[in-house]
Design a protein around this ligand. Structure first.
Ligand code: HEC
Ligand code: HEC
Ligand code: HEC
Ligand code: HEC
Length: 160
């Protein structure tokens, strides 16, 4: 009996791996806006919302090209301009439904990610151009992050 349980465990892990391989896709910030207007409107005021626009102007000694989009757009896709919601929260096609979103565990199982220092490090790599940021210091920085409806959550993040 024990052996059987272990075997099903392995199958479940293998299946999860398959689901991940062609997993959730990006839906764009307009979809999130429908239910998260507060976050959307304040996100629009952040540097992140304008990241593609800024890159297109080019930086000193670095003319714009597609390689900039890796950090200056969502999922390196010009059609998803700016560092949008899903660049931090994970691609939303599977979690954006109300029935899933209402249940945090379900949302996480469907691609909603915790935002951590590692999220920022993906783009704020610490080289000459993309300076390192300390996540815990930026939680209340309006140039970086949207406003939080849930103050408790913001506090928890800062203590992380
Ligand atoms: C149909 C409405 C709806 C859509 C569309 C939607 N959400 Fe949500 N979302 C909710 C509800 C409801 C909650 C749970 C209660 C709350 O925080 O308001 C939630 C919670 C969240 C949370 C908080 C989870 C936590 O830690 O408690 C995040 C982050 C989030 N949504 C991100 C997104 C992103 C990104 C998108 C777009 C890809 C999106 N949502 C689309 C309704 C929606
Ligand atoms: C590895 C990720 C990454 C890549 C690739 C990248 N950037 Fe950036 N860029 C950043 C980050 C992060 C910032 C935020 C500014 C900071 O760290 O001080 C930034 C800031 C900027 C700024 C505003 C500040 C400034 O330096 O004037 C411009 C303009 C810019 N980038 C242009 C570009 C262009 C053009 C390219 C492509 C040739 C590019 N970036 C490629 C991450 C990147
Ligand atoms: C997909 C790439 C990406 C991710 C993920 C990302 N950023 Fe950024 N961030 C950028 C780019 C590009 C800019 C520059 C945009 C501009 O100047 O218009 C920027 C700008 C900023 C700025 C304003 C410029 C500065 O250096 O003061 C802050 C602060 C910031 N990001 C913090 C964060 C934090 C905190 C996280 C993690 C929670 C994060 N970022 C995640 C790409 C990213
Ligand atoms: C640069 C990263 C970043 C981007 C971009 C971003 N968020 Fe967030 N978001 C966070 C962080 C950090 C938190 C707080 C901790 C957490 O929930 O993981 C948060 C929390 C949330 C929450 C739940 C908590 C609350 O009280 O508000 C929602 C809902 C949310 N974000 C929606 C969005 C939507 C919608 C967008 C796009 C319009 C967006 N986020 C863009 C980093 C980001």
């Amino acid at each position: 009996m024990k052996k059987f349980i272990i075997a099903t465990g392995i199958v479940a892990v293998a299946l999860a791996g398959v689901a991940l391989a062609d997993g959730p896709t990006y839906v764009g910030a307009q979809k999130c806006k429908m239910c998260h207007k507060v976050q959307y409107n304040s996100w629009m005021e952040t540097h992140h919302a304008k990241a593609t626009e800024i890159a297109k102007k080019g930086a000193e000694g670095r003319p714009y090209d597609a390689s900039c989009l890796k950090c200056h757009a969502t999922n390196a896709d010009e059609n998803l301009p700016g560092v949008q919601c899903e660049a931090c929260h994970g691609p939303g096609s599977a979690y954006k439904k109300m029935s899933v979103m209402r249940d945090l565990e379900k949302a996480k199982a469907n691609g909603l990610k915790d935002v951590t220092q590692a999220t920022c490090d993906g783009c704020h790599t610490g080289d000459d151009h993309s300076h390192k940021v300390v996540f815990a210091e930026k939680v209340n920085d309006k140039a970086a992050l949207h406003e939080f409806k849930n103050e408790e959550l913001a506090k928890k993040m800062m203590g992380q």
